[in-house]
Ligand binder design. Sequence first.
Ligand code: G6P
Length: 612
Amino acid sequence: MCGIVAYIGPKEAYPILIKGLKRLEYRGYDSAGVALLDGSLRVLKKEGKVSILEEYSTSQDTSGTVGIGHTRWATHGVPCDKNAHPHLSQSGNIAIIHNGIIENYNSLKKELEQLGYSFHSDTDTEVLVNLIEDIQKEDKLSMEEAVRVALNEVIGAYAIVVIDKREPDKLVAARKGSPLVIGIGKDEFFVASDASPIIEYTKNVVYLNDEEIAVLNRNGDLEIKTLGNIQKSPYVQKLEMDLEKIERGGYEHFMLKEIYEQPQVILDCMRGRMNAEKGWIKLGGITEYLPRINNAKRIIITACGTSWHSGLIAEYLIEELARVPVEVEYASEFRYRNPIVTEKDVVIAISQSGETADTLSAIQIAKDRQALIYGICNVIGSSIARASHAGSYTHAGPEIGVASTKAFTAQVTILTLLALQLAQAKGTISQSRLRQILYELEQIPSKVAEALKTNDKVKEIAAKYKDAHNFLYLGRGLSFPIALEGALKLKEISYIHAEGYPAAEMKHGPIALIDENMPVVFIATNMSAYEKIVSNIQEVKARKGKVIAIVNSGDSQIKALADEVIELPETDELLSPLVSIVPLQLLSYHIALMRGCNVDQPRNLAKSVTVE
Ligand code: G6P
């Protein structure tokens, strides 16, 4: 949440900051601002998207070769100009940008008020910048020392960058719990919440660790020390990200591009990890820990949002194939309910961003209780990836659309491989069944490509139902998590209230909502529950509900009953979620577009949730 970017070097900072903020806008878009240092320290900030700031800045002085920029997802205080970052200290000497939450800001604020500081925003960040100023003034410290001392007084999470007009040749950055990456160019430095603002200038980066402070000097020196004042040598890594992958590439929206990337993403995700012919699967990250995972008494899966839905699919797959009990937990609940976890448990943490605060804390709790942590992340080098003992990357490439699509199918692909590898190691699957599933898995990219061809049909359906106030999504077995995910996609980007339910549970509540205005989406591609789903469809029709059914091609029984039918290629039931989610992603996309919603940046949401 919140995106931060900073620059120091020979170039003009403003264009780099604005471009970087646009790349980071997926992290929040309530307000945006920059501070530029060029003799004087100037702050330009505006409520709303980065484009509003950009428009406003055309009439302002944007010169300066050092600067910081911020795009906000509001936590403390409503989105408005005064709460936008950067925030200035009382003297106007220091400017700060901040991603995270300072939990003890209230007590710090009271102390500072007694010392004569007054505040002009509702933010915790303004408290931090004044705390730094006060420490600097009292103890006559350099900026970096004042930042270090101040951060030792702070409770909470942060990624910050600070500039001081009396020290124009340096940036000071620090992190705890929120991501920060430093780009090292020729005589220049970049700092950002992720590598996307940096990629076109340099591939050399340093990921700052928690409780580390970096001092970036204009002369090219980079110093890193801990909050405890221990010097660290920077560990420089090469970025693997491609510029092309973070651009829209001819698509109207990132979400659409990402939906269409799925055949390739699934292929990339499987590459080198399986061979159907030979009947082998090998998730690199698991090998060293396979005996421990194999002997686990229980697997706990923890995640948030869409990643939690892929966890639900994994529960079905692992229990069915490997016969190990699985529990799937919302990370936010798990972390606060004193869960029973022991060294005999394996905890799988799933996260696209690898930065979700609740998932990260859940991992910490499980780690403290000696469980083995297996991380499934998309963002390479992310906090969750680094906090895990073992893990697998989904390799889906940067996902920019706030509503997750390709990261979800990549997660499900990895989890399918994991379930199969575990089943093979435990001897709970025959070699012929394993081969059969792997052969089917190899076909999935082309079946997803087939599923994408339903786009025109889905668009027609979207036009008919776009004005509905409620939607119900129903499925059984592996299609139940798909019902949840389909409903979440619709809610997230079109703001239509939607609920996902196990189809059989409909009669225990949601059936009361059904009338001629209620579209009900049935995911009816799993043949083992076919007759039961048909009965559920009958129940909806009997109450005049409108049925949109996702079926296997060639279906006739449901076709005769449903108002709308979307046909998908059939696959092994265990793999059906990978195909059946596609038309639901498209449905939410088209409905949102037709309702005039901002598909890539839905209101109130952010892609990377680094607050709890
Ligand atoms: C946010 C995003 C969702 C995502 C969830 C979990 O709510 O908008 O798309 O599913 O966070 O994020 P993670 O990065 O941990 O998968």
